[in-house]
Write a protein that binds this ligand. Structure first.
Ligand code: ADE
Ligand code: ZN
Length: 352
């Protein structure tokens, strides 16, 4: 699917992208050599080919096939080459440079600090690298960003809380002397039997620090409706999350989509992530019905390099091509991301 000039030139904001899911095979290959990390691929072509196939990480659906990783196994395996401050800087700058090329003016990337500290990488290398890229991209490229600390939901809650305390000096919000890298917390990784309320303590600490709260409720997971009920009505002392990442399952559950409307919670959808496993004629009408109910959502990429190299522009193009959205509606979708984002008013006004 080629990107039309209309989609290419649309001013964009991206609110759902995992920075570690933007690591290209080329940069992974380069960093492996820079750091002397052995990769289980003899050639660059083999490495590239490994990105084409991954399995669903829902265990009960996952007919395991020897040698083929689940999506999240592939994602965390990619992280292995990231070791130093310079590596994290290069990863982040590569994404933000690509943003400039796609006319993405502002982004709120997720980062998984636990994916690195649990391998022995100092948290400071991760946070300083991302912070330097945030500053350089704003100054040199005019691409602004505010980052989102993610709890890894399949790790013990106590580990996530410790990671949060360690990262707090890099927070924005009301954290005294905070360096201003991240202004929100999220919840990512494998949702299997890991509902949002397990992390309520983390969300409350973030709120107390003046940060925003979002969380993944991925499409088609085992307990997505129940997880969404928690995200909409229960977390943050009953206030609910401010946004939900994915959340497409609300479409067929009236109590949920009405809850999203009443509470003004927007969804960050990633259509290609669902399109990998859902027929066009099922998926795009579902997205359209959500639109017709008035639920606010925006379009994003999730993990573009692990999802067939479909970036935010490719995701918008899919909605435009398959979803029955007019040009005016596509502009509204792009504006939704501006409305849903947590940038300063000055940045928002400079986009639309
Ligand atoms: N973390 C990074 N990518 C993810 C995905 N697609 N689903 C859940 N957690 C993730
Ligand atoms: Zn995601």
């Amino acid at each position: 699917l080629s990107i039309s000039p209309f989609i290419a030139t649309l001013p964009k904001v991206e609110l759902h992208v995992h920075i570690e899911g933007t690591l290209t095979p080329a940069l992974r290959w380069e960093l492996a050599h820079r750091n002397g990390v052995a990769l289980p691929y003899a050639t660059y072509e083999d490495l590239k080919a490994s990105y084409a196939v991954t399995l669903n990480h829902r265990p009960e659906l996952n007919g395991r096939q020897p040698g083929i990783p689940t999506f999240l196994e592939a994602y965390f395996a990619g992280c292995e080459v990231l070791r130093t401050e310079a590596d994290f800087y290069d990863l982040a700058m590569a994404y933000l440079t690509r943003c400039a090329e796609m006319n993405v003016r502002y982004a709120e990337p997720f980062f998984d600090i636990q994916a690195h500290t649990r391998r022995g990488v100092p948290g400071q290398a991760v946070l300083d690298g991302y912070l330097r890229a945030k500053q350089d991209a704003a100054a040199r490229l005019g691409v602004h960003s505010n980052w989102i600390f993610c709890f890894l939901r399949d790790e013990p809650v106590a580990d996530g809380l410790r990671a949060y305390e360690d990262a707090r000096p890099w927070a924005a919000g009301s954290v005294q002397g905070g360096k201003g890298l991240f202004h929100a917390v999220g919840l990512a990784s494998n949702a299997y039997e890991r509902p949002p309320m397990l992390f309520e303590e983390g969300f409350l600490r973030a709120k107390a620090d003046g940060l925003h709260v979002t969380m993944h409720c991925d499409f088609g997971q085992k307990d997505t409706h129940a997880h969404m009920d928690e995200a909409v009505f229960q977390v943050c002392g009953g206030m609910g999350a401010e946004r939900i990442d994915h959340g497409l399952d609300a479409e067929d559950k009236e109590g949920l989509w009405r809850g999203l409307l009443e509470r003004g919670i927007g969804l960050t959808l990633c259509p290609h992530a669902y399109h990998r496993r859902t027929a066009t004629e099922v998926l795009f009408p579902k997205i359209r019905r959500l639109w017709e109910r008035g639920v606010r959502f925006c379009i994003n990429s999730d993990d573009p390099t692990l999802m067939h190299d479909v970036w935010i522009d490719g995701n918008l193009q899919k909605v435009y091509t398959y979803g029955g959205f007019s040009k005016a509606e596509m502009v509204q979708l792009a504006r939704n991301a501006v409305d849903m984002c947590w940038a300063d008013e000055g940045i928002k006004k400079s986009i639309y």
